[in-house]
Design a protein around this ligand. Structure first.
Ligand code: GLC
Length: 748
């Protein structure tokens, strides 16, 4: 396997500075000099100027359209302007022509890369590689800040267990531990280990519970209990706050009837009082105004009062603050202190980012860093590590010297825009290297391209042209899935099978008897069970970004070895939703009862089993959380615990041997799961508590040990207090959430 080189440029950015030990490195609110500057500036501001800072607008037109409002200090932040020349002009008007010269916070959705586009976040999560994810976020920050963007609306931390939900593409999947580690990595990457001109304020979103939208329909209501919030949905946000996240965005959903943008329990009691967050809270796009639609407020003035009362600092595109706060303060409905606190949080971030000292960017220098070779290299490595090998009957890796003719087919084989995935504003498809382009470059004259389908939803009865080309080929490489538009915000699906006639295309290809290697590009885990028999190997690449083509070519021909693992459960059918690995046991767990149609129905038979499962699809998914194959095999042995009893302040030491028992060098994502057998409330059948990537040469055996702090087993129990409850526990060390045999230990 080609050595994974981390470019010196980015390696230095990561390794020369303190390791990410989970402590705040770019701290908000704890620097007395910053606080003194905040107070001094605040004391000089009029009420109107304070309210202006709380107003964020989406800049669509000419800078001159906003000049008067800028001079009056009526705008505190703009989003959706990325031209460095225009950003410099925006800042110049604020700094040189407004009374107090307060610079703007310039924001953008830099979700998985700026110009250089990385795999979509659920693909990044599949790497289980926090260092690589941090590197990618750092690349995004270097490119975006060079153009004047100093605030990104990322990382999205919404735990999601429903692949019908289009925004599952944007998060890190179903697991709280994985999501928390990815959150930390992206905060460190965006903001940097120290605050400098390449620091871009992270924005952890969407606070909170948005991914639990009923029916998997975006913006829909959620009904999460406080215990579910505290044990599952809030921890990634808390981890990000501890990592020093500068900002947070409220979510569109109402949870148990309360829209997040007006929810003082989460925005004040939890975020501010319990966690000590003193960054900036911004609404989502018009989420304040949407509280009227929710029926939570009577009009824009009413919801503006509710939002600022709940702890919102900045209004994105409702114009509720700029229109009504002055009147609300005059009437006493809103306290001046609430305005002052909001403006403190805004000014603090602007000071921390150094915007007062350096509001402008070097336009020429900005051009030079975009798509830098080391950025593209990081994107390719991320795409390689994000791909999950779901099936391989031995056909992969292909032997490049043994292949004369390759057929490339499928609607995603040469889709430079769609390969980038959802939430890409600035990545240019002209820079995308598609699988077709990469394969043609590597095998000049040996690649036939017959797409078969122009787009995923196309209906087609016959594929004579593709079949004819397949008969001439040694191997068929099919790229199927869904275009970028079929996932992301508001793009939810009620059927997760390969859309259109793609499955029919794979069937036709399989009928030729030639080896078929399928790569799926999608924004979510699709239900691919019916397609597995029609391929000899399946790689799941999500949407792999700018360098997806070279990455997939390297994986298919063995220059890279798949190491990706499923960050979300892959279902057999959409009817199984929601099915996730860390579920509760229930009183009647499935015990392997037979399924239809294999049951011999005897006359008068009245029961087909009385446990928790589906007669037609059972109780197991197609692929469990944490699953992924390699070209080699790994064996776990000698798994031992240091002791069999621990105190709450101890760490559980587990040692084991990992061996590479195959023919290829490869990387295993070692996973450690724990189960709390009995609690004051029912507990999940297992929970991920550690993962690490271990690379081994063929035949290599390595003794490893992992330390799991007992404190990591704490949860909010019946009394609502977070603590470790003494008792019996089980622990697994394995390569996915469904493998391995547990060891037991006690906490006293
Ligand atoms: C959108 C999204 C949010 C995004 C914001 C600004 O509606 O919900 O994630 O950051 O608007 O584009």
């Amino acid at each position: 396997m080609r050595a994974n080189t981390i470019s010196l440029f980015l390696l230095a950015a990561l390794l020369l500075l303190p390791s990410c030990s989970g402590r705040k490195v770019s701290t908000v609110g704890s620097d007395p000099s910053v606080e003194a500057r905040v107070e001094k500036l605040l004391s000089q501001m009029t009420l109107a100027e304070k309210i202006g800072q709380m107003n964020q607008i989406s800049a669509g037109g000419a800078v001159s359209d906003y000049a008067e409002a800028l001079r009056k200090g009526q705008i505190g932040s703009v989003l959706n302007e990325v031209d460095p020349v225009k950003i410099n002009e925006f800042q110049r008007i604020c700094v040189e022509e407004s009374r107090l010269g307060i610079p703007l916070l310039v924001a953008r959705d830099v979700i998985h890369g700026f110009h250089t586009v990385f795999p979509i976040p659920i693909g990044l999560a599949a790497t289980f590689d926090t260092q690589l994810v941090e590197e990618g976020a750092r690349v995004a920050a270097v490119e975006a800040t060079a153009q004047g963007v100093r605030w990104t609306f990322s990382p999205m931390l919404d735990i999601a267990r429903d692949p019908r939900w289009g925004r599952i593409a944007e998060g890190s999947g179903e697991d709280t531990w994985l999501d928390s580690r990815m959150a930390e990595a992206m905060v460190y990457g965006y903001q940097g280990r120290v605050s400098d001109s390449t620091s871009m304020a992270a924005c952890i979103k969407h606070f909170v519970g948005y991914g639990a939208a009923e029916g998997g329909r975006d913006y829909n209501s959620t009904f999460l209990t406080e215990r579910q919030l505290r044990n599952i949905y809030l921890p990634p946000f808390e981890a990000a706050v501890k990592a020093g996240a500068h900002t947070l965005m409220t979510s569109f959903n109402d949870n148990d009837g309360v829209p997040s943008t007006g929810n003082s329990f989460v925005l004040k009691d939890v975020l501010r009082d319990e966690w000590g967050f003193d960054g900036l809270v911004v609404t989502d796009w018009n989420s304040m105004g949407e509280m009227v639609s929710h029926g939570f407020g009577s009009d824009r003035k009413d919801v503006a009062a509710k939002a600022v009362g709940a702890g919102v600092d900045m209004d994105m595109m409702t114009f509720g603050f700029i229109s009504h706060l002055e009147e609300l303060v005059s009437s006493g409905a809103v306290k001046r202190s609430a305005i002052d606190n909001a403006v403190r949080n805004i000014l603090r971030i602007k000071i921390l980012l150094g915007l007062f000292e350096h509001p402008y960017v070097d336009v020429e220098a900005a051009r030079r860093v975009q798509y830098a070779p080391e950025h593209l290299d990081a994107a390719r490595r991320s795409a390689e590590e994000s791909a999950i090998l779901l099936k391989n009957d031995g056909v992969l890796p292909l032997n490049a010297s043994g292949v004369r003719r390759i057929l490339v087919t499928g609607p995603l084989a040469d889709a430079p825009h769609d390969q980038l995935g959802t939430w890409v504003f600035d990545g240019e498809k002209s820079h995308t290297v598609t699988p077709l382009a990469a394969l043609r470059e590597r095998f000049p004259g040996a690649v036939d391209f017959v797409p078969g389908l122009a787009y995923s939803r196309q209906q087609r009865e016959r594929f004579d042209d593709v079949v004819a080309a397949a008969r001439r080929a040694d191997v068929i490489l099919a790229f199927v899935g869904e275009e970028a538009i079929l996932s992301g915000e508001a793009h939810c699906l009620s059927d997760l099978n390969l859309i259109g006639s793609q499955s029919a295309l794979l069937e036709a290809l399989h009928s030729t008897g030639k080896p078929v290697v399928v790569t799926v590009m999608a924004g979510r885990p699709l239900t691919v069970e019916r397609d597995l028999p029609n391929c000899d190997a399946m790689l799941y690449a999500f949407h792999p970004g700018t360098m997806g083509g070279p990455a997939l070519s390297n994986l298919i021909f063995g220059d890279a070895v798949p190491s990706g693992k499923t960050p979300i459960t892959f279902l057999r059918t959409v009817g199984q939703v929601p099915m996730y690995y860390n579920h509760n046991m229930t009183g009647r767990p499935y015990r392997g009862e037979k399924l239809l149609p294999y049951i011999e129905l005897e006359a008068g038979q009245t029961s087909l089993g009385n446990t928790s499962y589906y007669l037609d699809s059972g109780a197991s998914p197609l692929f469990p959380f944490g699953y992924g194959l390699s070209y080699t095999t790994f064996e776990y042995s000698d798994i031992r615990l240091g002791r069999d009893s621990y105190g709450v302040s101890d760490s559980v030491e587990v040692s084991f041997t990992l061996a590479n028992t195959g023919r290829y060098a490869g990387t295993e994502v070692v996973q450690v799961y724990v189960r709390d057998l009995v609690g004051s409330v029912t507990r999940p059948v297992k929970e991920l508590k550690h993962f690490e990537r271990v690379s081994l040469e063929p035949g290599e055996r390595r003794s490893l040990s992992v330390s799991i702090p007992v404190s990591d087993l704490a949860f909010y129990g019946l009394d609502g207090v977070k603590k470790v409850e003494p008792g019996e526990f089980l622990l697994w060390v394995a390569g996915d959430s469904a493998s391995g045999n547990p060891l037991s230990f006690k906490v006293r």
